[in-house]
Write a protein that binds this ligand. Structure first.
Ligand code: AMP
Length: 212
């Protein structure tokens, strides 16, 4: 089963992708996490991506497609994957189709820009393992320290308010059209992204049942 998570930055795609991955026993692939790891390791692709990410812009499609193609060729993703943060443009969605990655479901989390701006200011992330926290909903047990790996939990460079506004503008302009793309293919399912984490997971699982 190949699933894509859709919705604005901060909608909870990463959180829900991780929960669904556990329940369905299929791996997630987050382009944002891959790019952040590449930046941390000083890889050329990371250096190229960082200038776009820090200003809230999308990394060019050819860079993303190259990265995703390499990952999806791995054995671990052969029977299923939950894509988080990819595709971000209709062009990327078309490229996935051309690569023969048959998407079985697109799960969109609906949430307003106002709610996103409020959420992002409290979001924290572990740069080591990618775990995400919210200071209001699920803070790390020890302040500033990742529950999962013990490394530092920080505010992402691109979660600063001015960058969040830019990312939302980019989302509406470049990513939102993907919702219509998957709706046309009959595989779009929308869920209210303002519900509790548990309620959203339940609704997403119900939505997936309708796709089988
Ligand atoms: P995310 O962690 O998914 O919010 O991604 C953080 C940033 O990485 C985005 O604001 C983009 O700059 C970049 N990025 C992640 N995934 C993609 C993608 N599929 N296409 C273009 N840029 C991406």
């Amino acid at each position: 089963m190949k699933i894509v998570m859709l919705g604005p930055p901060g909608a909870g795609k990463g959180t829900q992708a991780a929960l669904l991955a556990q329940r369905l026993d299929i791996p997630t692939l987050s382009t944002g996490n891959i790019l952040r790891a590449a930046i941390k390791e000083g890889l050329p692709v990371g250096l190229e991506a960082k200038k776009y990410m820090d200003s809230g812009k999308l990394v060019p499609d050819d860079v993303i497609i190259g990265v995703v193609r390499d990952y999806l060729a791995r054995e671990e993703f052969a029977s299923g994957v939950i894509l988080d943060g990819m595709p971000r443009t209709v062009n990327q969605a078309e490229m996935l189709e051309k690569m023969g990655v048959g998407i079985s479901g697109a799960l969109a989390l609906d949430i307003s820009d106002e709610e996103i701006e409020a959420r992002m200011s409290s979001r924290r992330v572990c740069l080591n393992c990618g775990a995400t926290y919210s200071l209001t909903v699920n803070p790390p047990k020890k302040e500033g320290v990742c529950d999962k790996c013990g490394e530092k939990v920080v505010i992402r460079d691109d979660d600063r308010p001015e960058t969040v506004r830019e990312r939302l503008a980019v989302y509406h302009e470049q990513t939102e059209p993907i919702i219509a793309f998957y709706a046309e293919r009959g595989i779009l399912r929308r869920v209210d992204g303002t519900l509790s984490v548990e309620e959203i997971t339940k609704k997403l699982e119900e939505a997936l049942e309708t796709l089988k």
